[in-house]
Ligand binder design. Sequence first.
Ligand code: ADP
Ligand code: MG
Length: 777
Amino acid sequence: KAVVEKILWQRSLQMRDVQQAWQESSEGKRMLEFRSNLPAYNEKEAILSVISKNQVVIISGETGCGKTTQIPQFILESEIESIHGAACNIICTQPRRISAMSVSERVAFERGEKLGESVGYKVRLEGMKGRDTHLLFCTTGILLRRLLADRNLKGVTHVIVDEIHERGMNEDFLLIVLKELLPRRPELKLILMSATLDAELFSSYFNGAPVVNISGFTHPVRTLFLESILETTGYRLTPSNQIDDYGQERLWKMNKQAPRKRKSQIASAVEDAIRSADFKDYSLQTQESLSCWNPDCIGFSLIEYILCNICEDERPGAVLVFMTGWDDISSLKEKLQAHTVLGDPNRVLLLTCHGSMASSEQKEIFEEPEDGVRKIVLATNIAETSITIDDVVFVLDCGKAKETSYDALNNAPCLHPTWISKASAHQRRGRAGRVQPGECYHLYPRCVYDGFAEYQLPEILRTPLQSLCLQIKSLRLGSISDFLSRALQSPEILAVQNAVEYLKIIGALDVNENLTILGHYLTKLPMEPKLGKMLLLGAILNCLDPILTVVAGLSVRDPFLTPLDKKDLAEAAKSQFSGAYSDHLALVRAYEGWKVAEIDLGGYEYCWKNFLSFQSMKSIDALRREFKGMLTDIGLVDSNTTSCNTWSYDVNLIRAVICYGLYPGICSVLHNEKSFTLKTMEDGQVLLYSNSVNARETKIPYPWLVFNEKIKVNSVFLRDSTAVSDSVVLLFGGSLSKGDADNHIKMLGGYLEFFMEPTVADMHQSIRRELDDFIQS
Ligand code: ADP
Ligand code: MG
């Protein structure tokens, strides 16, 4: 023990000498000067003193005040000062891998070191950490995994959980686990850091832990909503009660006044504005508009128009544009690059900022452009709180963000764009006033803003509980409902019970709520369990390609477009792909056609002719590749052979695999003279969405439809269905384990009894016959 202590002491002295030498160098002095101007620096002593007296401390302060880069450093420095430097082990978690990497690099730079010396990082599959690393930035997922193997976090002295205001799933998860750990490790310090003030909630969760607030300073920001932005075009947007051509209420009326700028430019900007104001994304009728026929992208022309105005008329200062997601950023970038002013590299430095950018791209964001060149950064909500670009003066906010789905182990993106909260809009606006008074253009009307929620719902309350429950089990955190009841905000008990029940029905959990082998595999796939199931069986039964398309297709926005004014044409276009009584198989055919056309660079035209979304096709293509890679990683697919596609032509087998995934989403088909009706056990009669290929049929030669989604409007509607036979339901619906087969037959009998007149015994016999045939074939 004495020897170890001596070594630690010597190393600590060395660390102290190195830091002193750096701080006395001219660069070190300049860096210290910069750091000491950050608001966090004023609170350094207060923060250190509260941490020394309490096990849990909550620190809040405006974005950019220096929480992430300074506070872990304060702790490290004070440990080094007190000759405990070599004994301390600080872990600071970040919600995203990109921030873990960029922040660690910045902190090492501020300390005049290389990454991997006293400061390091670790994210999934990557890291930089040395023997002398005492401050480690990592993703929350990495710390969760470490806790799995090392329940007491042996040797760790400080845990800092950053960005807790985001209320990401992993962070909420981690807090439950850490709260239980604290009594077992009384000397461990926990520091929670948050941007906006919801600190009381966290304080009361940790038995009244003290809150330190770093007061910051931001300059005033002039705020323009869509109405005011439009006035600059010479048009005026006023609320109206008119009814439009489609019988829907138009919320807005445009009053034309004398336009000041070039007409064509204004016309398309205004068109975009109406679109965002009405949120009738499909109401544009011109052909060109199909190209930006993307319900989630708001006003590209409007953005272009505003950017152009800023570049031509406004004072210097960088522009930050908040976009919905990566697809929109890349499409907008393409559009801007073709613009005479905005695409001119002598006038504009056009950059992007998103979760998967390379680190060279990251550096450019922070650099100052040359004189006379305006920096424009197209960003996702990552620039809202975790990355601060100092010279921003103008902010454009499209008002939407992609909400992240559950990603404890996979860091997989989710694909649902939603309106942001007022708190987020406030954050975005604040980005404009960092260095001088700024301006913020919200690209939506004031009344839309008024309808935003105050805060975004925590992820734990908005993501599908099924995946969450599987993750709790895979992290071996005990009973699902007990675990969730200890969360900062727990999901409803009934919702948890439903999720657990569902997981049992699909065979991911056994009767004792333990992960089955299937469940174990599902935790390795980032999509909903039902889609994961489909993918696994597609791989096992060697019909992977079509199943990859189905699963990718169900993960993106519906690629079949149905513009209101061309509904019939669009439905007719989709019906060309039908023939198998399956929307899923129609998608497979459409994708295969697209793939062939795309090779000859005709993919776009193909989409245009067939009312398909080009963007969705591209996304499906990318997702297919990603999913296949995951299956290869798990070891289910051998990428060197084509054996995974031996049976890909067999439509009935594909039907079976689809059934395996979608069960218990099943309804019976009951024919009468002219057509058929559909019934599910829970809802009674249900209807098909009008764009389903099965909705155009008068007869379906199968007794069952499996479906992906049920939507309750006035009646219950089914979206995306596939017709399947009795034997397929019997073999591929529900659990495949032997012990359950009898139960399963009984259950199927129950269904039959429920829906059909003839006796159950007869039915059983006919099923058994069919089953025998099936097995023999
Ligand atoms: P907070 O976590 O409170 O939002 P940070 O600690 O991330 O703030 O950042 C504090 C300041 O440090 C920022 O305002 C910015 O000036 C500067 N900064 C942070 N990261 C970088 C970087 N990678 N390059 C240059 N400056 C940076
Ligand atoms: Mg931060």
